[in-house]
Design a binder for this molecule. Structure first.
Ligand code: ADP
Ligand code: MG
Ligand code: ZN
Length: 472
């Protein structure tokens, strides 16, 4: 066992996908020519006044509900001061005391709960762009609404941290409050990590690694930081409390500055914005707008629809794929067939995370549904269905475009036995092998039946009948 245990807490910033910014009517759209999505409010001009966007509050409450938080019915905005060119007012409007949400959790697959300390709303800062030796400022991002989700120091490994982030991403996407794209910066994460001797109760001194923008970076930064701190502690040294920067090219972290603490920010209540109050009626409306969440959906696919666990996991990972699956499986006898087609043939073609997330496949769910119904009514065999589905995916045309007359002849179950008997008679070697305990030899016989039936027989039924005939 290792001498030291790692202890990690995460602070995650998520951009909300409201149409307009948190305190003005500027668009939140990503990209755009620099400094075209801004106004006096989001560039901090003297005399301009912020007005809180109600949708931001509602999106944040929905995030809080989906993450099992207590929603504070009254919360207040606060000024957090720091001086940096990305923040023209020299303070960020955030929340400090009395945040909007507190005390939630995310459950990992192991059953371990990661506790969420708080979720608060705040404005994003502008973006600094380094260009030919100059630093340019793009205020388009300034004032984009964020939620910051802070966990307790509950993680004990990089794997737990990345699993939590994936779940967080899936949940927030399912609720529809953010697209959570790490590569576009709409989900960014700070890692706080300390080490302590195994069995010790007290927390060690932590470092905070800022602004990680991929799951791989999070994991790499954690592993690197563990090694670095372990080396210091093993040599009898002490870890400095500091803020560190992660370099994705080298996989290492380096010191940015001493850790600031809350006093440095001179927090105080924001005088320009009245307290945020959530009435019963609004809370009830938002509660009822929370859709089925990914873990519940996965459990339902497994328990009620008979979908294998691994397939259910793939389907529920992407909101649009889950919707597609449900439409394709509507009214069929074996929803798991729809799952198989999607997870095997479609995912083989549609491979990247972004493509799966955006999910606009060449075959509609209704076309897949039709194919499955043909299969279930024994009009076509499974092999024919697979072949036809491949053709549909290539062309975007419906199943009927590819079904030949021969495909539709179907398979008369009464012809299975004669075909099996012929296969046995013509393959004595395989029969002997099977009898002498080589289980696999039966596959050669099944293959013979499938060839003889031009792929239309049911392979499972053929195998069963072959065994019965051989075993007498
Ligand atoms: P700050 O806001 O100054 O960064 P917080 O006390 O709010 O500090 O904690 C921020 C994050 O750091 C939380 O996720 C918390 O769980 C985590 N954290 C706090 N202390 C430690 C520690 N000793 N080791 C690891 N994580 C820690
Ligand atoms: Mg922090
Ligand atoms: Zn603006």
């Amino acid at each position: 066992m290792k001498t030291y245990e790692m202890v990690i807490g995460l602070e995650t910033h998520v951009e909300l996908s409201t149409k307009t910014k948190i305190f003005c009517a500027c668009t939140t759209e990503f990209g755009g020519a620099p400094n075209t999505h801004c106004c006096p409010v989001c560039t901090g001009q003297p005399g301009s006044l912020p007005v809180l966007n109600q949708s931001v509050v509602e999106y944040a409450v929905m995030a809080g509900l989906a993450l099992n938080c207590k929603i504070n019915r009254r919360s207040i905005m606060a000024r957090k001061h720091y001086v940096y060119p990305d923040l023209p007012k020299a303070y960020q409007i955030s929340q400090y005391e009395q945040p909007l949400c507190e005390g939630g959790w995310v459950m990992l697959d192991s059953g371990k709960k990661i506790n969420i300390t708080r979720i608060h709303i705040e404005e994003d800062a502008a973006k600094l762009v380094h260009q030919g030796g100059a630093v340019c400022i793009d205020y388009n991002r300034g004032g984009v609404p964020l939620i910051e989700i802070v966990t307790e120091p509950d993680f004990r490994s990089a794997a737990e941290a990345t699993e939590y982030l994936e779940k967080l991403q899936q949940i927030l996407r399912a609720v529809g409050v953010s697209d959570c794209r790490m590569q576009e910066g709409s989900l960014r994460c700070d890692v706080n990590i300390s080490l302590r001797r195994q069995g010790e109760a007290e927390l060690g001194v932590r470092s905070e690694i800022k602004n990680l923008n991929s799951f791989v970076s999070v994991a790499t930064a954690i592993e690197y930081e563990y090694e670095r701190q372990e080396e210091i502690l093993s040599a009898g040294g002490i870890v400095e409390q500091e803020t560190r920067h992660f370099d994705a090219d080298t996989g290492t972290t380096s010191s940015l500055r001493d850790k600031e603490n809350a006093d440095d920010y001179r927090y105080f209540p924001e005088p320009d914005i009245i307290p945020v109050v959530i009435p019963d009626s609004v809370l009830e409306r938002l509660k009822s707008a929370i859709p089925e969440l990914p873990d519940a959906k996965r459990a339902r696919y497994v328990e009620e629809l008979g979908v294998p666990e691994a397939d259910a996991r793939m389907l529920t990972k992407y909101r649009k794929v889950a919707e597609y699956f449900e439409e394709a499986a509507a009214g069929v006898k074996t929803p798991k067939t729809a799952a198989t087609f999607i997870v095997t043939q479609m995912f083989a073609l549609i491979q990247t995370e972004a493509e799966r997330e955006n999910w606009s496949p060449p075959v509609t769910a209704a076309q897949l549904n039709e194919l499955i119904k043909l299969l279930e009514s024994d009009k076509i065999s499974r092999n024919v269905a697979k072949r036809v589905f491949g053709q549909m995916l290539e062309s975007g045309k419906p199943a009927t475009a590819f079904l030949t007359e021969a495909d539709l002849v179907g398979f008369n179950p009464a012809s299975l036995e004669p075909l099996c008997r012929t296969a046995i008679a013509e393959n004595p070697k395989s029969v002997e092998d099977y009898k002498s305990g080589k289980e696999k030899a039966i596959k050669a016989l099944v293959g013979a039946v499938m060839r003889a039936s031009q792929g239309r027989a049911n392979a499972l039924e053929a195998e069963e009948l072959l065994k019965k005939l051989i075993n007498g």
